[in-house]
Ligand binder design. Structure first.
Ligand code: GLV
Length: 317
């Protein structure tokens, strides 16, 4: 029987199909599995079910002589050296599709919370500073009838664009290739940054997108604009973002992801009143996380059995 290692405790009812066909070991400690445990467990595993918090790099892979399949419970696989996996003939699976709509919901929840300054208001209420109603207190930006710039037009970007139509937004997007989207205009990133009232990042993290938004890009944005990141923290240069938020270069930001992640409690980003940070919750609805775990299990079983994975990751895109 194949041996698989699961790097986070998942509900038994979801793991059960894996137990039927493989010998399952699972990390059941608090938080992510420590790297030394991950390396040693993977060195005897045929399959690995892992999370974005697991670093799957060349030295781990070099010791994983039996490993045939890696199945990640996430759509992004930037924590996995996928080139090294393909050199070693290790299949990689991930969980696109099942989380698309939930992450797009999160993007709009964050955009609404940031642009309408809901989190600043909430903080005020909780800290006992709710005074009499004032005509221009905590006024922010609108969502409806504005221009939304979407950076990265994959599945999630398209789902964000569909929601934008309901807000009667004009949609601009930047992406390496133009898509067949009648209600969204493909423009260079610089044009998008200059013309958008709000910018949402939904691109995957890779060599081309790391540090995509730095000081010069933030300078192109409107001072009334809000930046939302539901993709990966390293798309944005954190020091440059802090500077842009501090100086009022942009109006505010709402971040589901940060660099570093998690943020230490004394991190400067957390002291900025115009920055909302949530702990990487983009796909965190009960239904979607269940669907992601179930798909990760299906991918792993399929890969080990030699069938085609329902959602195999391909470096060719
Ligand atoms: C979460 O960040 C994912 O990539 O699914």
């Amino acid at each position: 029987m194949d041996r698989v290692y699961v790097t986070r405790e998942l509900p038994e009812r979801l793991i059960d199909p894996l137990r039927q066909v493989t010998d399952v070991a699972m990390w059941d400690g608090d938080g992510p599995v420590p790297n030394d445990v991950l390396v040693s467990e993977t060195s005897t595993a045929d399959g690995l079910l892992c999370m974005i918090t697991d670093a799957i790099g060349p030295s781990l892979l070099a010791r994983a002589s039996y490993l045939r399949v890696i199945s990640q419970m996430a759509v992004g696989v930037d924590n996995i050296d996928t080139d090294e996996c393909s050199r070693r003939g290790i299949l990689v699976g991930h969980t696109p599709g099942v989380l698309t709509e939930t992450v797009a919901d999160s993007a709009f929840a964050l955009l609404g919370a940031a642009a309408r300054r809901l989190f600043e208001g909430e903080r005020e209420v909780r800290s006992g500073k709710w005074g009499p109603w004032e005509p221009f207190h905590l006024t922010g930006g609108d969502l409806h009838n504005t221009t939304l710039g979407i950076v990265g037009m994959g599945r999630i970007g398209s789902a964000i664009a569909r929601r934008a139509a309901g807000y009667e937004m004009r949609v601009l997007y930047s992406s390496p290739t133009s898509k067949d989207l009648p209600d969204a205009d493909h423009v260079p990133l610089k044009v998008l940054l200059g013309e958008s009232d709000h910018v949402v990042l939904s691109a995957s993290l890779n060599v081309a997108t790391r540090g995509l938004i730095g000081a010069s890009e933030l300078r192109l944005m409107r001072p009334t604009a809000y930046l939302v990141n539901v993709a990966r923290g390293p798309l944005v240069n954190t020091a440059d973002l802090i500077e842009a938020l501090l100086s009022g270069r942009i109006a505010g930001a709402a971040l589901d992801v940060t660099d570093p992640e998690p943020l230490p409690p004394d991190h400067p980003l957390l002291s900025l009143p115009n920055c909302l940070v949530v702990p990487h919750l983009g796909s965190a609805s009960v239904r979607t996380r269940n669907a992601m775990a179930a798909l990760a299990v299906e991918n792993l079983i399929a890969g080990l059995e030699g069938w085609s994975m329902p959602a195999g990751f391909s470096t060719a895109g």
